[in-house]
Design a protein around this ligand. Sequence first.
Ligand SMILES: [Zn+2]
Length: 242
Amino acid sequence: MNSEGARLHSLVDLDDAELERQLLKAGNLYPTQSRSGRELFDANGNLPLSAEEKDEMIAAVEQKFSEIFDVMRIDRNDPNSTDTPFRLARMWINELFAGRYSAAPKITVFPNRRQVGEIVISKGIKVMSVCSHHWQPISGTCAIGYIPRDKVIGLSKFTRIVEWFSRRGQIQEELGEQIADFLVEILDPVAVGVVIDSKHYCMIARGVEAHDSSSMVTSVMRGELATNPALRTEFLQLIAQQ
Ligand SMILES: [Zn+2]
């Protein structure tokens, strides 16, 4: 094993607390470029790839999944497992992590001609994501409210924005922040709020205390929703109504 390999192997042996301590002390402990010299980025980051680059990535991931099957002693002569490495690779790149590799959705912004100054809300937006810690599904809904300043967007666009940020390795807190930041950037609204309520399958599938009714709620408030408690209460009441 070369020294780089030995170093990475020793990192794997550290417990979480020690790894965090080392990380704070030393900065990046892991490479920031892939072996083929490509930029590595956060699980919930974004770097659009061409169709050819995605196909190349799927082929490489399929190869690695076949190796995992070998390590886990899964016989691919079992017809249910024969093509699973390919299905897994395609699913991770084209679906579960699609938002990492695709360009931002094109959002048309319209002038706020009627000078709407009330909170506009869209709720029940589907969230289908993956937790970065365990690569297990996160499934739930998102409510978004905003008070326009000079610009408005069609409410259906929220669905595409949530989808784009969800289809990555995420932690729910950062997912809400990313959606709010994006809306602030394209709309410059007076206020924006993003509330996500979801189930984490790493909680449901693991551990003795796990049960499928546990859910996680996070909220991000920007602008007047962050500073005006009465407005925040109104928003939270409106999204709680059926
Ligand atoms: Zn998790």
